[in-house]
Design a binder for this molecule. Structure first.
Ligand SMILES: Cc1cc2nc3c(=O)[nH]c(=O)nc-3n(C[C@H](O)[C@H](O)[C@H](O)COP(=O)(O)O)c2cc1C
Length: 174
């Protein structure tokens, strides 16, 4: 028996993972993001194989991670977390000053406390998802606001997870 409440006791943040391949830009929300090592700094993001972001990142090999802040509005999270870049141009639908390009890769800066850029060093197959392990090439603090936790997204913002998020299992936790 797998009790989702046991998994929900893990702590998660909420992030926007941005990537680019051959001029195509995209980004998605993910909570399955973590730092792995400190020297060199490596981190991992676990993305559903069906996501456009995963497809572009598998080809492009470089990505950004923006750490969302507590004040991130639900419509902003929705653009990156509930729409697919296959059928919706996400960066045409957020303010032009909400993001910038770094070496071609989109980096979301609005409603974010920090942004990190990384290059993929390894990709692991994890059932429905791909685990992208990246070596960090730059990292900067954007604001002193508090980072948004997945628990507060769920409890304070009453947010849910779409079907292809690992956290979809938490939708049943009240
Ligand atoms: C709160 C939240 C957490 C999410 N966490 C993940 C995650 O860790 N990994 C993942 O692959 N998708 C996650 N998603 C789902 C993707 O953001 C969503 O499927 C997105 O539409 C994919 O867009 P794309 O097809 O443009 O890449 C999450 C969504 C939300 C709202």
């Amino acid at each position: 028996m797998v009790d989702p409440k046991a998994l929900f006791s893990f702590s998660y943040g909420l992030y926007v993972v941005g990537t680019e391949f051959e001029g195509k830009l995209n980004a998605q929300v993910a909570d399955a993001v973590m730092q792995l090592t400190s020297s060199p700094v490596c981190l991992a993001a676990c993305l559903n194989k069906a996501n456009y972001t995963a497809e572009l990142l598998a080809k492009g090999g470089r990505f950004s991670i923006s750490v969302l802040s507590e004040d991130a509005p639900m419509p902003f999270i929705g653009v990156f977390g509930f729409r697919s870049g296959r059928v919706f141009d996400k960066f045409a639908n957020v303010a032009p000053d909400a993001w910038h390009k770094s070496d071609g890769v989109p980096v979301v800066t609005a409603h974010s406390v920090a942004a990190v850029e990384a290059e993929v060093v390894k990709v692991e197959d994890v059932e429905t998802h791909m685990l992208f392990i990246g070596r960090v090439t730059s990292a900067s603090v954007l604001s002193e606001a508090r980072p948004l936790t997945y628990a507060d997204y769920h409890k304070v913002k009453k947010g849910k997870s779409p079907a292809n998020a690992p956290s979809v299992i938490f939708n049943s936790v009240s």
